[in-house]
Design a protein around this ligand. Structure first.
Ligand code: CAA
Length: 389
């Protein structure tokens, strides 16, 4: 029985900044951000869009009544959690209207946890082939103003429906993962902003990639010629290019040309959104499937997931015939093109806003600042108030 991705949706907030303008404001050569980092635009989340509302918006884009009846497991991966106890998955389960006999759980391991959720989903569906699982990767990447990480921020969510006999990508049970206790990127409980050892994080990412890829090759006896395309965790698009270069260093010209040929379509959405941590790999996959040419029937895609701290995983899937007709290309293009550009001053003000930390009630101005149908309306009696706009 094949298990994999039956549907994939995406949401990003309605406002963004232009990377050239950010560079000018920071006194940096614009080419550093657009070429050196590889980002054109960066999504910004107003207070009315948090990890829960963005995930719910991504889910609502793809779920129909049949899905809402068949889903009995909601797994939400995030490192932008909004409560130390209650999982964001419970809110999304409610906001998306999923039938009540379902498990709802949040998972954390930096940018990696949505991949763990997918593995759990595959196990669940192999035991219960008539059920579906909703996996969400949702995050707001925030390093703070005037930091090295500032040009690699972003915000958004990906929602994936996994099922038996999937229509988009059949996943293989071939994944190789590895864990190592390192401090390349983390966010202490007291901080709204991530802390990072930037250069070390880049190196750690590449070390994990080459290590799990080597082990994957040994275990599966596959090599690059078995892959039509590769997708990577994309904290910024230049990192995706570094990853591709690392894997193709000793590859044949033919393999290198084929894999490099898919690089641009696979980063098109990431370039316009920025880092969305847990969802970044899946945003790249979505970008490849929607913006790339139709992949040959049963073409194999290799996927590398990386979450600082750190866990890495290499796995693969085969595209299903006719997958293009199940993509939502026009909707995603219009989501991105209908966004409003913020001035750098507006962005700076939004980035520094946060909800009161002392339990005070707050009502948010969500009409003006949020196009998503699900919004955070405020906080009352220490309870977050989500609603459909
Ligand atoms: N024109 C073109 N390119 C230019 C340029 C110019 N005028 N000026 C500089 N560049 C290039 C540099 O040569 C460099 O390219 P290479 O990486 O290919 O050498 C690139 O622009 C970046 O320049 P720096 O290395 O000087 O940039 P920096 O020190 O300001 O920091 C960063 C870059 C480390 C990525 C930083 O933005 C950061 O810390 N980001 C957050 C951490 C991160 O995203 N890490 C990724 C791996 S960890 C992970 O993946 C998990 C996660 O999601 C966080």
């Amino acid at each position: 029985m094949e298990i994999g991705i039956d549907k994939i949706g995406f949401y990003t907030p309605e406002v963004f900044i232009d990377m050239e303008k950010l560079a000018e404001a920071r006194g940096v050569e614009p080419a550093k951000y657009t070429i050196g980092i590889g980002q054109e635009k960066m999504a910004v989340a107003p207070l009315s869009q948090d990890a829960v509302s963005m995930a719910a918006n991504a889910a609502l884009e793809v779920l129909d009544d049949e899905d809402k009846e068949a889903i009995d497991f909601v797994l939400l991966g995030t490192e932008s959690g909004v409560d130390h106890s209650k999982s964001g998955a419970v809110w999304v389960h409610h906001l998306a209207g999923i039938q009540k006999y379902a498990r709802s759980v949040e998972l954390k391991q930096a940018c990696y946890s949505a991949t763990a959720a997918i593995t759990m989903a595959m196990g669940h569906i192999s035991l219960h082939p008539d059920r579906k699982v909703l996996v969400l990767g949702t995050d707001i990447a925030k390093y703070g103003l005037n930091t090295g990480g500032e040009p690699t921020q972003g915000a958004g969510a990906v929602a994936i429906v996994l099922s038996a006999n999937p229509r988009i990508l059949a996943l293989d049970a071939d994944s190789v993962s590895m864990s190592e206790d390192i401090s390349d990127f983390w966010r202490p409980l007291h901080s709204d902003y991530a802390l990072v050892d930037g250069k070390f994080s880049n190196q750690a990412y590449l070390n994990f990639l080459t290590d799990v890829w080597g082990e994957y090759k040994q275990r599966t006896h596959r090599d690059l010629s078995d892959f039509e395309a590769l997708c990577f965790h994309v904290p910024y698009t230049k990192m995706g290019k570094k990853a591709l270069k690392a894997l193709t260093e000793q590859a044949s010209e033919e393999d290198t040309a084929r894999l490099m040929g898919y690089y641009e379509p696979s980063i098109s959405y990431n370039k316009a959104v920025g880092n969305i941590y847990t969802g970044s790999l899946y945003l790249s996959l979505l970008s490849l499937l929607e913006q790339g040419p139709e992949l040959p029937e049963n073409a194999r895609i290799g996927l590398f997931s990386y979450g600082s701290g750190a866990v890495g995983e290499f796995f693969s899937g085969k595209v299903k015939p006719g997958y293009k007709s199940h993509m939502m290309k026009e909707a995603h293009e219009s989501l991105l093109s209908n966004r409003r550009e913020l001035t750098i001053e507006e962005y700076e003000a939004i980035l520094q806003q946060s909800l009161p930390k002392d339990g005070t009630d707050v009502a948010l101005d969500f009409e003006e600042t949020s196009t998503g149908s699900v919004v955070l309306k405020g906080v009352q009696d220490n309870i977050r108030q989500y609603g459909i706009k």
